[in-house]
Design a protein around this ligand. Sequence first.
Ligand code: ADP
Length: 560
Amino acid sequence: MKQKNKVSLLLLVLGIISYSLCLFTTTEFAKQDQINHLTALKADYALLDKVSSRQTLTAWADHHQMQIVTNSNKPRSDLQAYVHKLLPQQKMDDNLPTYITYYHQKKYLFCLLDTTKASPQKVIVKRYRSIWSIANWLILFSIIFGVIWACIIYGQRTLFNEENLKRWTLKQKLDQLLSNKNENAYQQPSKKQVTIVELQQAVALLANKMDKLATDNFLAKRQFKSLMKHLPVGVMLLDHNGNVILHNQAMAVILGKNISDEPHYFDQDITTERLQKMIRHTMKQNRNHHQEIQLTNDTNSLVDANVIRITHTEERVQRQVIVILYDLTEFRQVEQEQIDFVGNVSHELKTPVTSIIGFTDTLLNGAMNDHEQSEKFLKIIKQESLRLTNLIKDSLTLTKIDQSTQNKLERIDLRKLVNQTLTEYAQASKKAAVTVSYQIQGNPWISSNKHTLTQIIQNLTSNAIKYTPPKGKIALLLKHDEIDNYLKLEVSDNGIGIAPEDQAHIFERFYRVDKSRNKKIPGTGLGLAIVKQAVQALNGKISVTSKLGVGSCFKILLPL
Ligand code: ADP
């Protein structure tokens, strides 16, 4: 049964009980009233009896619609006979002189006039007026009572319906929130009853969902913060007034200044006029901008700038501007270096190729017949071809060394590696009349990229042999520090040395000290550039100390 009907039924039962109680109370009041009235009449009779005649008393009794019956052994009427029968039953005594009972199917009040000891005993007999004798009033009362109670039940049902409608609407809202449905969709109110328990369950589910949402939101915020922090791109968010409301660390680095977390106008951080103009234009004209610009601040970076207007239906998000800066300085530098490198390679290749073509032409044009000259030219052609090969080889090596080098690690025995390298250069050192020695300190087993490490040792040893005059000494020191986990490599010689002004350039591609060129010492100018790039690929550091005419020492520190 519906809750509403249950309550109505309960109210109906309550109404019936109340109605019955009312009737009962009224009956009791009426009864008591008649008894009191009779008691008063009894007192009147006592006074009248002394002073009045029998006729007067009878008239008085008739006036009050009652009879005074005297007890007698020889009753002369039915009523007298009834009283005679009733008195011995002791239904009336001095304490309770009134008795109500049926006589000839009608209710009567019987009341002792004197004490029980009086003889003969007299009894007042009066019709008992029950509330049914005032049927009109009773019907009216019942109607009014019924109407009031019907109103109460109707009110309860109406209130219940309203209450249910409120609950239904609330439940509907809760269900929409739980299922993420469109909240504007109209739904015909249902008459289905929504209980408090159902509402409690929906609220509990919603609370769970809110909890989950709060956790998700917290995680999303953390992820967003972490993303912003590690993003290599500078990001800045401006509100519709141009105040900075969000930025990341990369933006501060690109702009070369600390950006306050407090909201402030963007031009405090962005001082480059062109970028300022782009932002203002985007804010006013609602147009996005994308340009490569040179910042005119301390960093002087070349950046790819994106100024974007956020379009959103929500007022507070609408008209926000996001500024994204990507630092292109390094990228453009590398790009330029690559262009320069290709240019330099072409230029360097041109010299031996021109030389080879020139001498080949000379030979073909007749010099071939001159044995002495043709031998001399062929030697030059061979020498230039060798230079060409070395140039190509070094250029390829340089382009091959990259960051992935450090990922290809393997166990290396330093003794074996150094021995192999020195064996390869034994002939060259013998020819140059220099002595090469080496020393390995610490555990000879290391973990590194064998190919790259070999390249470093080879190039430095080869240079030391090339630039050390006869009788010179070359020493290799390899120290493996297992506590701090690094390898120190030193290649020192007592050769021609490098002037301080050249030391700053020897690691550049194709840079050759004039002396080397003039003395016709073969070389491509790429050896040290390869070493530097190889050291960088292994996350190491390289330095040089050198003195003209005394010797040079190349020091390398490689983390393991
Ligand atoms: P190259 O092919 O000319 O040797 P590198 O890049 O290896 O090219 O060296 C660049 C320049 O540095 C050389 O031209 C040379 O003048 C100088 N250099 C390199 N190593 C030494 C050294 N051990 N002693 C003196 N000069 C050196």
